[in-house]
Every structure is written in structure tokens, then in C-alpha cells.
Write a protein that binds this ligand. Structure first.
Ligand code: TPP
Ligand code: MG
Length: 460
């Protein structure tokens, strides 16, 4: 081996050999040399402010590019066993209330084209998981996301495509699911099969390949689920009722604004091809229902583990990728005020690299809820805030907009619909700088009445 090659160069060369394009990190002795060597071989180095955010950014690149797979020789595409395909179809055909659940695995497998054909050929209703949103557009006529609880509870057969039956899907169990529901589970990971619910049939394989198999068999039989079933009418009724409730909340003229008003106005202005990054509790949950996705892999959120702090790293990763394209897309990062705080200093990273990310902090002065400035002052008079302030509270009306402005980005303080719309329009026209919209909302604003609370192991 050439003695003049340094260890840092070796690391850089081997990363390049594996087609690594981006490196995210925080340097210090002796890592500086590695970052410099990476840049010397053409790898883009993004200096972050915290390693955690750097890791989140790197994981987002992996998800968006599929590079985890493509850096190695392409793995063989595995198909499901044909007997299992036949069995799956006969269960689907016998079903009265079928449902397809589209998970993140379908997005990662790039199954969108074949899946669209399958949904349209079969006529089945579908429901995306949070990061399965956009594999098929949220405004597709077969999407029943607005009737999620009913669809999950009353389905008698579920075709589960690359989604885990974890807490996000309420473990596939009562009271959120019919105890007799038959699950047709399609997954690439054998270890996912049968987690929490034993599937009626398991189709182990690549989601695109397995859906193609299902589609082919379907075409042979020319079977289609009728659009005139009781199931479809019941789902449609629920969609209409829920949409009406969300609409009326969205159109409430009272100030401070509520979540629904904020999201309704944002969604009206966002370009259809933008990448939406989101984290928070109410902010993320309500945003999932109110902010549509139209393209696959255009939503990144706290997902399976609900880890707060991922948002800014995800947004930076998406933005550096989009910046290198000719027709790069906008990155909209919708953050709860608590969620923003976890990696807030990455605002400096956004400003340093001129990444035109639009950060929208939905600021309710706390974790799930907060108090208004007057109540906060009154509370402070009652005693030491560490003993009297509810643990969920954060500083009322904190100026997160000034954090972005401190580094040269634009910051907006927003209280009204008009301010929100004009700041967002202005931000969307700026392709040079990051912007932060600090949207002050009613600290007691909440989700619309839910039929069920989140089901976690602790309250199972
Ligand atoms: C790393 C990490 N720490 C703590 C939590 C607990 N947690 C769940 S949601 C949340 C923040 C919710 O508040 P916010 O982001 O302001 O959204 P809101 O519900 O107020 O809209 C926290 C801290 C978590 N999920 N992840
Ligand atoms: Mg909050």
C-alpha cells in the first residue's frame, strides 16, 4: 500500500467506493482530517451542530435515496410463494369489508406504480401510515384516511403492505381492531411476520414484486371490489362527517388560532411536490390529517419511535439533496415548539449553507399544551416555578423567530391567518434563505374529539 495515504484518506476513499455522497458530522480532533479528506474526494460535508441531528440527517438521506440498498450490489428481489398469493386473493375476494394499509415499507420499496395499478384494478379502499402517505396521493378517491378509526375497527380483512403492527397501528388489536380481523401480511422482513397478530397468510418478499404477483392473479380473474357496497358507503359517510368537523374547526375565526386553522391555511399554499418534515405531538398528529402528500417519500416524520429532535436534521438532509437538483423541491418543516427546541441550533446550519427550508413552529407554549403569558405571570407569583409550573409548559410566546433571524435567516412572528398566509407566500418565493414562522396558537388548542386514546403497552 502507498505509504503516503493517510487513514483519513482511506476512510474517504472507501466511503466514495460505496457511493456515499453526503457526510454529516461535527468535527474535532482527529475527525477534522476525515471531513477534509471526504471533501477532497468529492463527498459533500455538512457540518451540523450536534451529532444526534447529524445521524438523523444521514438516516433521512438513506431513506430518500434508497442508498442503503444501492451501495451494495443490488440484492435479489424476493417474491412470495405462489400458493400464498392464491390464498391471499381468495381471502380478499371473500371479504365484506376489506382494507389495504400502505406502510413506509411500500415507500422504501418504491412500489408506487404497481400499487396504484393494484388499488385501481381491485377497487379496494386504502389507508396510509404516516410515512406511507404519498405512496398514493392523499386525495386519491380510494384513500379513506379521513375515516381511519372506522376503517381500522370494522375491516374484516386487511392487506398489510410494509407496515408494522406497532403502537402507530394500535398493535392490530381490540379495541381498535375487530378481534376476528384477518391480516394478509406482506413484508420483506421475516421477523416482522406475526408480531402482535398472527397473520391469516404471510407473503414474504419485496413489496413491489408481491403486489405485482397479486395484480397479475387479479387480472386473470378480472375481479373487482364493488364500489356500491355497504362498506364503501359507511366509509364515505364517515369521511364526509369527519371532513365537516375539521373544516368547521379550520374556519373558526377566533384568535388565537387553533391547529386546524393553521394547517388548513398552510395546506392551501403549499406546492404539491414539497417535502413535508414534521414532529411534535398534536402538531404532528393533526398535521398528518390536515397536510396532504401527493408524492411518495415526500414526508419525513418522527415515525415509529416518535423521537423528538429529528425534524431539523431530516429537513437539512432533504434540502441539501434538493439543492443539488435542477428542479429542487421545497422543504417545509412543521415543528411543535417543544420539538423545535431539541435541535433548534441547527437553524444556524440552515443559514450557513443557505438552505431555503421553511420552518413552521406551531407554538402553543408547551408539550401538548401550555398556558398564556398572563397565567404564566400569575403562576410565578404563587411560588417557585419549578414547583408550580405544570411540567408540560414552556416559556409563553417564546421568540423562536428570532433564533432564525439571529443567524441571518428570516423570522416571522405570526398571530393571524393573514399574517400566516403572507409570511408563507413570502417564504415560498425566497429560494436563498431559510425562514422560520413562529405561529402563536391558542395554548389550549387540542385535537378534535377522538373516539379512542392512543393505545400503548402501558395502558394495554
Ligand atoms: C427524544 C424524546 N424526548 C421526549 C419525548 C416525549 N415527547 C413526546 S411529544 C413531545 C413534544 C410535544 O410538544 P410539541 O413539540 O410542542 O408539540 P405539541 O403537541 O405541543 O403540538 C415530547 C417532548 C419524545 N417523544 N422524544
Ligand atoms: Mg407545543
Amino acid at each position: 500500500m502507498d505509504e503516503d495515504i493517510t487513514g483519513a484518506q482511506l476512510v474517504a476513499e472507501s466511503l466514495l467506493a460505496q457511493k456515499v455522497e453526503y457526510m454529516f458530522g461535527v468535527v474535532g480532533v482527529p475527525i477534522i482530517e476525515v471531513a477534509i479528506a471526504a471533501q477532497a474526494v468529492g463527498i459533500k460535508y455538512v457540518g451540523m451542530r450536534n451529532e444526534q441531528a447529524a445521524c438523523y440527517a444521514a438516516s433521512a438521506i438513506g431513506y430518500l435515496t434508497g442508498r442503503v440498498v444501492s451501495c451494495c450490489p443490488p440484492p435479489p428481489v424476493s417474491m412470495a410463494e405462489s400458493g400464498a398469493v392464491t390464498q391471499a386473493l381468495s381471502i380478499l375476494k371473500a371479504s365484506k369489508r376489506p382494507l389495504i394499509i400502505i406502510g413506509k415499507g411500500a415507500a422504501f420499496a418504491r412500489a408506487e406504480t404497481v400499487l396504484r395499478k393494484f388499488v385501481e384494478t381491485s377497487g379496494l379502499p386504502f389507508l396510509p401510515t404516516p410515512m406511507g402517505k404519498g405512496v398514493l396521493p392523499d386525495d386519491h378517491p380510494n384513500c379513506v384516511a379521513a375515516a381511519r378509526s372506522r376503517a381500522l375497527l370494522q375491516a374484516d380483512v386487511i392487506l398489510l403492505l410494509g407496515a408494522r403492527l406497532n403502537w402507530i397501528l394500535h398493535f392490530g388489536r381490540p379495541p381498535r381492531f375487530d378481534p376476528k380481523v384477518k391480516i394478509i401480511q406482506v413484508d420483506l422482513c421475516p421477523e416482522e411476520m406475526g408480531n402482535n397478530v398472527r397473520p391469516a397468510v404471510a407473503l414474504l418478499g419485496d413489496i413491489s414484486a408481491v403486489v405485482s404477483q397479486l395484480l397479475q392473479s387479479l387480472k386473470v380473474d378480472t375481479w373487482k371490489y364493488s364500489p356500491n357496497t355497504e362498506w364503501w358507503s359507511s366509509l364515505r359517510l364517515k369521511i364526509a362527517a369527519n371532513t365537516k368537523i375539521s373544516q368547521s374547526l379550520a374556519l373558526q375565526p377566533t384568535l388565537p388560532m387553533n391547529y386546524y386553522t393553521v394547517f388548513h391555511n398552510i395546506s392551501e399554499l403549499l406546492p404539491h411536490d414539497c417535502i413535508i418534515v414534521s414532529e411534535g405531538a398534536n402538531t404532528m398528529d393533526i398535521g398528518r390529517t390536515m397536510l396532504n402528500n401527493y408524492l411518495p417519500r415526500h414526508r419525513l416524520d418522527a415515525g415509529t419511535f416518535g423521537t423528538m429532535g429529528v425534524g431539523l436534521g431530516f429537513a437539512i438532509a432533504a434540502a441539501v439533496m434538493e439543492k443539488s437538483k435542477v428542479n429542487g423541491q421545497r422543504i417545509i418543516c412543521v415543528e411543535g415548539d417543544s420539538a423545535f427546541g431539541f435541535s433548534g441550533m441547527e437553524a444556524e446550519t440552515m443559514c450557513r449553507y443557505n438552505l431555503p427550508i421553511i420552518v413552521i413552529v406551531v407554538n402553543n407554549n408547551g408539550i401538548y399544551s401550555g398556558v398564556d403569558p398572563e397565567t404564566w405571570k400569575e403562576m410565578a407569583k404563587l411560588g417557585d416555578l419549578t414547583t408550580v409550573a405544570p411540567p408540560v409548559t414552556l416559556l409563553p410566546e417564546a421568540r423562536y423567530d428570532n433564533v432564525m433571524a439571529a443567524f441571518g435567516g428570516r423570522g416571522f412572528l405570526i398571530r393571524t391567518v393573514e399574517e400566516l398566509r403572507s409570511a408563507l407566500e413570502l417564504s415560498l418565493s425566497d429560494w436563498e434563505k431559510p425562514c422560520l414562522l413562529n405561529v402563536l396558537i391558542d395554548p389550549s388548542s387540542d385535537r378534535k374529539q377522538q373516539e379512542f386514546p392512543w393505545l400503548t403497552r402501558s395502558n394495554l
